[in-house]
Write a protein that binds this ligand. Sequence first.
Ligand code: CA2
Length: 147
Amino acid sequence: MTKTVHILNGPNLNLLGQRQPEIYGRETLADVEAACAALGATLGLQVRLMQSNHEGAIVDQIHAARHEAAAIIINPGALTHTSVAILDALNAFEGPVFEVHISNVHKRESFRHHSFVSLRAEGVIAGLGTEGYQAALRRIATLLAAT
Ligand code: CA2
């Protein structure tokens, strides 16, 4: 059976490609979804991309992934740096988790250097632009093939 990967995105990422292209590039979240769906097809993985501006909704999406997804790619946006609730929800998910940041958070303000989600993630990708989502998907394909 084809395995599914959920790609979860936090606050303000719906604005991707519309503002601050010098930091986040010109691709939209729809472009990310299309690129990941195409790559997923070559890797034998189905992908489902979601975005919410609300912490509780993202917790709900992680709970849903427990039953629907073999792996999670998550860019929690600013909630990366604040949310114990998202960390707790990810700790209740059994499959691999990859944290993606479009920008290199370590080159930015110090408050972006700490991530609660990194305590759970198998891997963290930062600064590859939106290609980071595809890099995470490739790594997930490798890990899931080995299980
Ligand atoms: O680099 C990333 O992917 C971030 O997760 C993006 C977050 C930021 O708070 C994190 O520190 C790093 C912000 C997402 C805001 O996305 C926008 C995209 C385009 C225009 C405005 C905001």
